[in-house]
Structure formats: C-alpha cells, structure tokens
Design a protein around this ligand. Structure first.
Ligand code: EPZ
Length: 421
C-alpha cells in the first residue's frame, strides 16, 4: 500500500496549474451515453475515479480513447445496459449512468451504490425523479431495475419534480434523463454547483435544450436525439481551494493558474477572514500570508455557500490558527473522520453532533496517520505540511481518486513530500 511521507516546515512558493474538475468530468463522461456519436473532451484529469468510469463505460460498450488530457467517447454501438456491483462499489458516481441509459435505451440495470465513509448517501431522489418522469423502477438483489417500455414511444415523459434535498448527482442524473424525454421537465430545488452548470453546457453543445442551470430551477425541453460535440471540462475548484489553503497555512505565496475566482467566493472570503491575502485576475488566484492565521468558523451548505468538500481542509487550517473556531457540517452525517487523525498530530478538537470545536495550537507534531476518504486525505496532507518532523499518511489511494499529481505539484512548490511504494 502506497504511503506519503511529508517533512513539515516548508513554505510553498510558485505557480500551480489546476486540473479539470473530477466532479464535472464524471457526469460529462456518462453524458456520452446519450448520443449515438462521439463526444470529444479536453482538460479531463488523470484520476482513479475517471479511470473507473472509463472502465464502466467500456463495459457498457462505449469506445473510449485517451490521449493526455483528451478523451474521446464513441457511444454509437452500446452492448450492455447495466452497471455491475463490482464496478459501482468502488465509485458511487457510477449511478450517473442510470439516467442516460434509461433516456436513450428505455431500460437500465444499475447496482445500488453502497454507503461510504462519509455517510449513507442514498439515491432515493434519483429514483423518485425518474419515477416522476414515468419510469417503472424496482430494487432487486441490490440492483435498480428501471424501464420505460410501457410508456408511449418507450420514452420518459417530461415532469415537474421538486427535490426535497439539494442533490448534486441527483440533479445531474435527472437533467441528463430529461434531455431525451417527451415534453418539458422542470427540476426544482436543483443543485447550483459549477459542475452542474458545466454538465449542462456540455449537454447543450450536444443539442439539448436546457435553461436555468446554476439556478434552483432547471428547465429541460426533451429533443428527439443528441449528437456528438467537443467540450473542455471546467477547472477543479476543490483542488484549487486545497492549494489555496496549503499556501495560506505555510505562510507562502502561491499563484493558481487556469481558475475562475467567481466559483470560489465562499472559500476566498474565509481565507481573507483568516488573514490571508487573496488577489484574483481573469485566470489566476494568488494567495499569500505572513505569520499565524486567525481561526475561522465554517458552516457547509450547497453552492454558493461554503462547500462541504472544503470542510476538512479548513479544519486542518484551524488546528494551527490563532483562536477557537466552530466547523459545522450540514451536508453529510459522518464527515469528521479526519478529526481523530488530526488529533494524532496534536490537534485540539471536540466534536458535538455535526459541529467540531477547534482550538488552535502553536504547532502539530508529525505522526503516522490514515486517510479515510478523499477530502480527509487532503486535510492530512495539509496538516503534514506544517507539522514538526515527518508525517506518514497511509491508504493514500483515497487521494489518488481526486488529486492529479499531488506530490509532484506540491514538490514543485517547495514541499518536502514523497510517495513510497
Ligand atoms: C456530490 O456527491 C459530489 N460528488 C461530492 O463530492 C460532494 O461532496 C457532494 O456532491 C456535495 O456537494 C460528485 O459530484 C461525484 P449529494 P453527491 O447527492 O451528489 C443526500 C468529493 O469529495 N441525498 O449532493 O453524492 C446525501 O446523503 C465528493 O469529490 C439523499 O438523501 O452528493 C447527502 O446528505 C464527496 N438522497 C446530501 O443529500 C439522494 O437521492 C447531498 O448529497 C441524494 C442525496
């Protein structure tokens, strides 16, 4: 099992190119299933989750070719309409093939994703939304069996559907399904994340008729068919936020390339509140800080509020900041797995329900810690960058799911970090 070894104390300086967004690329790869044509993507990050999705799509019958950051997907000859458990259990986002398969082929058999470290993460809203569009859905032996064979033209029908929880992949699944439905679909209380908007932009370039993406009401007018297109994946705002925190925590001076600051307002605001200097241009964000940061209260909520995927990173920042801060997680019921690991490094944190109270300490002490989920792993890397001595992070396959070339990018900024196989 690979480990990361980090010698704390380095100050990060320089420039870092931010990669394409994992959470935009995943639904967009699945959108290729909607058209009997070729979808050509660029700025696709090289990540474990992307490779897993490509394997799943290849199983279904999509011809997938990768050249560097470019991926082409030819979905003109589909052979299977299922997503087997063996593949879905490694990546929950596999549920994103359900909407496209059902919309284009009238049937789909997709394994129910299991839970995961950060919570039960049901998919009931994905299922209820498709049922609202006329799909017949049963759950048998751990699989979702969906069909529209009983409907006119065997196609989903447009519907108005209110999601009683803001769900990112739920919004994405239903938006994709609605592109080929008979009639108009209105998704209310839709997720507004930039990755939802990027998916909508890709679907529109494939011939879909979508308006309102980025707001909480998305209207999709079904069309007879979609066609191939070219699309460049939006940058990864969570990878960007992670490097911004790394720069602030190490009293560094780092400029991020290939980013759009307007997708990171809540994160930028909190970094400034902590005392970092953040300067933005059209395509860059520069983060500088001197001396000790101030602790900042965090409360996660759907976009444009503070992103849950940045909660662990800011908790790491608070562990060595001046003062006491509250970190409240409102999206997932168990997203404090990193707390125990941070405590092994000397952090002072008390959990009370979905709130953690963090008392800043002058410094952390390096130790061996264990990654438990993707963003918790990133938080431990950040803590290791400032801890005294060596920090060893085990189970870093979690990191490889969501951070492209992490140790190379951090080393180029001056961090003392290496992977041992
Ligand atoms: C997406 O997960 C992201 N993953 C997550 O990023 C991110 O943390 C999350 O959105 C919230 O922003 C991808 O986009 C691939 P949700 P998703 O459906 O869509 C509940 C990362 O680190 N819910 O928005 O699975 C759910 O349990 C990952 O990159 C239902 O109850 O999250 C959660 O409490 C981690 N029923 C809340 O809604 C449903 O049918 C939000 O979940 C769907 C969701």
């Amino acid at each position: 099992m690979d480990k990361l070894l980090i010698q704390g104390g380095a100050t990060l300086r320089g420039e870092v190119k931010i990669s394409g967004a994992k959470n935009a690329a995943l639904p967009i790869l699945c959108a290729a299933l909607l058209a009997p044509d070729t979808l050509q993507l660029s700025n696709v990050p090289q990540l474990k989750d992307i490779a897993t999705t490509k394997q799943l799509l290849a199983h279904i019958g999509v011809l997938v070719e990768r050249h560097g950051d470019r991926v082409s997907l030819d979905a003109s000859h589909i052979q299977h309409l299922d997503a087997p458990y063996e593949m879905v259990k490694t990546m929950r986002a596999s549920i994103l093939v359900l909407g496209p398969l059902l919309a284009r082929f009238g049937e789909a058999k997709v394994s129910l994703p299991g839970g995961c470290a950060i919570g039960s993460r049901p998919v009931d809203l994905h299922i209820k939304g498709l049922q609202a569009m006329g799909a017949e859905i049963s759950i048998e032996h751990g699989y979702i069996l969906a069909s529209t064979k009983h409907l006119p033209h065997q196609r989903l029908r447009g519907a108005r559907y209110y999601m009683d929880l803001v769900t990112v992949t739920g919004t994405e699944n239903l938006m994709m399904a609605a592109t080929l439905a008979d009639g108009v679909t209105i998704l209310e209380n839709a997720a507004k994340e930039p990755e939802v908007v990027d998916l909508a932009n890709c679907l529109i370039s494939m011939g879909a008729d979508i308006s309102g993406a980025g707001t909480d009401v998305i209207t999709i007018r079904g069309v007879a068919a979609l066609h191939g297109a070219q699309h460049s994946v939006v940058f990864d705002r969570i990878e960007a936020g992670t490097y911004m925190v790394a720069a602030a925590m190490t009293a560094g001076d780092v400029t991020l390339q290939g980013v759009q600051a307007n997708m990171l307002d809540a994160v930028i605001e909190k970094l400034r509140e902590a005392g970092a200097q953040v300067d933005c241009t059209e395509q860059t964000i520069r983060v500088r800080s001197q001396g000790r940061l101030q602790a900042v209260n965090i409360r996660t909520a759907p976009h444009p509020a503070f992103p849950t995927d940045m909660q662990a990173q800011f908790m790491a920042m608070n562990t060595v900041a001046e003062g006491v801060a509250k970190v409240t997680e409102t999206i997932f019921e168990n997203r404090f797995m990193h707390v125990q690991e941070l405590q092994r490094l000397g952090a002072k944190i008390e959990i009370d329900g979905n709130t953690a109270l963090v008392r800043g300490v002058p410094s952390l002490d390096g130790a061996t810690v264990m990654a438990t989920d993707l963003r918790a792993s990133a938080c431990l890397v950040l803590a290791g960058l400032v801890a005294q001595g060596q920090t060893t992070i085990e189970r870093i396959y979690h990191l490889d799911r969501g951070y492209e070339m992490l140790e190379e990018k951090l080393s180029a900024l001056g961090a003392n970090i290496k992977r041992n196989h």
